[in-house]
Design a protein around this ligand. Structure first.
Ligand code: NAD
Ligand code: DAU
Length: 353
C-alpha cells in the first residue's frame, strides 16, 4: 500500500507516546507510523502489543541523540512528519542526574530538528515538526486564580523543566531561523494506563495494593492539573492536523487537585475496588522530606485550544480515575514485570540478538 504520510513518532514505547501511536495507527491506516524509541527503563513495547502487527506500523530501536542514525531513519522511511515525545520525563531522576536530561531532551531534540532541516525541502508544504512539551517550563503559580497561558514567561525550576524549556527554544529557533514548520504544545500532568510506576498515581495504586507506605513530599499541599492521557492523545491528533505552524497550544484539564486530596481519592478507590472499607489504607500515608525545588501549583488555561480548534477533555476526572485504578488492578502482570525489571531483559534479548 502507498501511504499518504510517513510519521516518525519518537518515544512511542513510553506512557503518552504509546497512546499516541495506538490512536494514529488505528485511526489512520493510510499513514505509516514509525515508532522510534531507545527503550530506556521507561520504554516498554508491552504497551503496544495490540497494534504491533498492523501493516502501517514499524518499530525502530534507536537513540534520538545519534544524529547519523536519525538521518538514516528519515531517509529509509521517507519521514515527512515528526511527533516528538521521546524524553527523560521524571523530575526526581533529573535532580539526581541532570546530564542525561540535557543530553536526551536538548541534544536529542536538536538532532531530530537538524535531520528534518537537512532532508526536508522548503516551502515544507507536507511537513510538520510537532514537539510535545510540558507546563513545567512555566515554573510555578501561587494559590490564586491565575493560570499558565501561551504567553506566560518561561521560568523552569528543575533540571527536567530546564531541559524541556531549552528544547522548546531550539524548536522555535528552527522556525525563526530556517522556517522549519514547527508546533509546540505544553501539557499538564497526564494520568491513565501504561504510566511508569515512579510517577505519583501508578506508584501509589501499586503501593496501596501491596500495603506499602505512600511517600508524600512535604505537606502534600502542591497542586497539579490532571488530564486523562487519551484526551492528551486526542489533542495531539487535532493539533497535528489543524494546528497553526509556529504556534503554541496549552493542553490541560481544568482539573486541579492538591496532592493530598488526590491521594485520598486514590486510596478510597483502590480500597473499594479491592473490597476493603474506603479509607482503610489512609494509615499508609507517610510525609517525607519535600522534593528539592518543588513547584507549588500548576494550572493550565487551554481556552485557546478549545476556541481555535474545538478540543475539550472528554472524560470527567471521577470516571478517569476509576478507569485508571481498575486498569492497574486488572493488569497486575504488566506492573509486576516492570517492577521486577523482567521486561527490559526480554526486549534486550529480542532486539540485540
Ligand atoms: P515516558 O518517560 O513514559 O516515556 C519516554 C519515552 O522516551 C520512553 O519510551 C523512552 O524509552 C523514550 N526515550 C527516552 N530517551 C530516549 C532517547 N534518547 N532516544 C529515543 N527514545 C528515548 O514519558 P511520558 O510521560 O510518556 O512523556 C512523553 C513526553 O511528554 C515527554 O516529552 C514529556 O516531557 C512530555 N509530557 C509528559 C507529561 C506527563 O504528565 N507525563 C505531561 C506533559 C508533557
Ligand atoms: O506537569 C507535567 C509534568 O507532570 C510532566 O512534564 C512530567 O513528565 C511528569 O512526570 C509530571 O511531573 P510531576 O513532577 O508533577 O509528576 P509526579 O508524578 O512525579 O508528581 C506529582 C506530584 O506528586 C508532585 O507534586 C510531587 C508529588 N509526589 C510524587 C511522587 C512520585 C509525591 O508527593 N510523592 C511521590 O512519591
Amino acid at each position: 500500500m502507498k501511504f499518504t504520510r510517513s510519521i516518525l513518532i519518537t518515544g512511542g514505547a513510553g506512557f503518552i507516546g504509546s497512546h499516541v501511536v495506538r490512536l494514529f495507527v488505528n485511526k489512520y491506516p493510510e499513514y505509516h507510523i514509525v515508532n522510534l524509541d531507545k527503550l530506556t527503563y521507561a520504554g516498554n513495547l508491552a504497551n503496544l502489543t495490540d497494534i504491533e502487527d498492523k501493516p502501517n506500523y514499524t518499530f525502530v530501536k534507536a537513540d534520538i541523540c545519534d544524529f547519523g542514525l536519525m538521518l538514516d531513519v528519515f531517509k529509509k522511511y521517507e519521514i515527512d512528519n515528526v511527533i516528538h515525545l521521546a524524553a527523560e520525563s521524571h523530575v526526581d531522576r533529573s535532580i539526581k542526574d541532570p546530564f542525561t536530561f540535557a543530553q536526551t531532551n536538548v541534544m536529542g531534540t536538536l538532532s531530530l530538528l537538524q535531520a528534518a532541516k537537512e532532508l526536508w525541502t522548503a516551502p515544507y508544504t507536507s511537513n510538520r515538526f510537532y514537539h510535545i512539551s510540558t507546563d513545567e517550563v512555566y515554573g510555578t503559580l501561587e494559590f490564586d486564580n491565575t493560570f499558565f497561558t501561551e504567553d506566560t514567561k518561561y521560568d523552569p525550576h528543575s533540571p527536567y523543566s530546564a531541559s524541556k524549556a531549552s528544547s522548546d527554544h531550539f524548536v522555535r529557533a528552527f522556525y525563526d531561523t530556517y522556517g522549519l514548520p514547527t508546533i509546540v504544545t505544553n501539557c499538564s500532568n497526564n494520568y491513565g494506563p501504561y504510566q511508569f510506576p515512579e510517577k505519583l498515581i501508578p506508584l501509589f495504586i501499586n503501593n496501596i495494593k501491596h500495603k506499602r507506605s505512600l511517600p508524600v513530599y512535604g505537606k502534600g499541599e502542591n497542586v497539579r492539573d490532571w488530564l486523562y492521557v487519551v484526551d492528551h492523545a486526542r489533542a495531539i491528533d487535532v493539533i497535528f492536523h489543524k494546528g497553526k505552524i509556529a504556534d503554541t497550544y496549552n493542553i490541560g484539564g481544568f482539573n486541579e487537585w492538591k496532592n493530598i486530596d488526590l491521594i485520598k481519592v486514590i486510596i478510597k478507590t483502590v480500597d473499594r475496588l479491592l473490597g476493603s472499607p474506603e479509607g482503610t489504607s489512609d494509615t499508609l500515608i507517610t510525609y517525607i522530606t519535600d522534593r528539592a525545588g518543588h513547584d507549588l501549583r500548576y494550572a493550565i488555561d487551554s481556552n485557546k485550544l478549545k476556541d481555535e480548534l474545538g478540543w475539550e477533555p472528554s472524560l470527567q476526572f471521577e470516571e478517569g480515575i476509576e478507569k485508571t485504578v481498575q486498569w492497574y488492578l486488572d493488569n497486575g502482570e504488566w506492573m509486576d514485570n516492570i517492577t521486577s525489571g523482567d521486561y527490559q531483559e526480554y526486549y534486550e534479548k529480542m532486539y540485540n540478538k
